[in-house]
Design a protein around this ligand. Structure first.
Ligand SMILES: C[S@@+](CC[C@H](N)C(=O)[O-])C[C@H]1O[C@@H](n2cnc3c(N)ncnc32)[C@H](O)[C@@H]1O
Length: 296
């Protein structure tokens, strides 16, 4: 099957390149609010966040911490609103997100990103579906720069629980998708009983991608092919179109290519282009890839 793939170098808060109701599935992993490695990006995309960090340095107020956290989620929610517009009725949105632990103003705390995203997506009009917990043994909390089980050694009560899981949140726009009776695309896209039993359980034990030592590759925080492969197979049929509004290294487009689905990825960081091209090479003969820079 011939498929088309577009990489759009632009901010996904607005996706004027996409018509209403033209996308069947969104699979993505955004920058995680309150995880230090994404601070600069949030501050660049939303300069109000940069000003709030300066304010926190000056006033050390708890209220300012809340304002920063709120502003980060408001920044992401613009993309969730655009996604809702472009999804077809019955289209699914899958968002991989981790909660964050961080010490601010001398206080260690949890920032429950998954619950904030659920709130924002529900306000946008999405219906929340049962979500997946991706068990990821590499995520260790750090307290005062130390390792996993710290706070007070073996003595109660001041130690913290380790965050071992990330979330794959699932949402639907509108009602269930409908297909004509005996639609061959649906039957050709069926999964096996073994796949169904493994994929439709709540806890996924999938090994994370090994991050390379290259600065730029580490910065993308790529998710594993297996996660995206499952989500595309679970929630689309062959010939559908998949969107990733936070493309990073191009994992979603790569898996769409391999599964006979069309795809579109948005990415603001042009420096990732060589990495994306490397990941998508050699592209299957049946895939047409185009790269669009909105600025040009
Ligand atoms: C967590 S990474 C995605 C990693 C990706 N799943 C992969 O496998 O490589 C998030 C990406 O979103 C990009 N990004 C952040 N805000 C964006 C926005 N508003 N529009 C488009 N891309 C954005 C960042 O540059 C970063 O590459």
């Amino acid at each position: 099957m011939q498929t088309e793939h577009k990489i759009i170098l632009a901010n996904s808060q607005q996706m004027p390149e996409l018509a209403d109701s033209s996308i069947h599935l969104m699979v993505t992993s955004p920058p995680y609010p309150m995880i230090k490695m994404w601070d600069t990006q949030f501050a660049t995309i939303n300069p109000q966040i940069a000003r709030l960090w300066q304010k926190l340095e000056a006033d050390g107020e708890e209220e300012t911490v809340t304002q920063i956290y709120d502003a980060m989620h408001e920044t992401l929610s613009r993309t969730w609103r655009e996604t809702h517009r472009v999804l077809v009725d019955g289209g699914i949105a899958c968002i991989n997100i981790g909660d964050a632990t961080r010490t601010l103003n001398g206080k260690f705390r949890l920032f429950p990103n998954h619950s904030r995203i659920i709130e924002h997506c529900e306000k946008t009009g999405f219906t929340t579906l049962p979500y997946i917990l991706w068990k990821k043994p590499t995520t260790k909390p750090k307290y005062k720069g130390k390792g996993a089980f710290l706070g007070s050694g073996f003595l109660p009560p001041n130690a913290y629980v380790t965050l071992d899981c990330e979330f794959i949140l699932l949402f639907r726009k509108g009602k269930l998708r409908h297909f004509p009776p005996n639609d061959p695309r649906r039957y050709e896209s069926a999964f096996t009983k073994q796949q169904r039993d493994e994929w439709f359980t709540q806890i996924w034990d999938v090994i994370g991608t090994r991050q390379t030592t290259s600065q730029i590759e580490r910065r993308t925080a790529a998710y594993p092919d297996e996660i995206v492969n499952r989500l595309i197979r679970m929630f689309t049929v062959k010939g559908d179109t998949v969107l990733d509004p936070f493309l990073g290294s191009g994992t979603t487009v790569k898996l769409a290519m391999q599964n006979d689905r069309n795809s579109i990825g948005y990415e603001t960081d042009e420096k990732l282009l060589p990495l994306i091209e490397k990941k998508l090479t050699p592209e299957p003969a049946t895939c047409k890839l185009s790269i669009i820079n909105r600025e040009n």
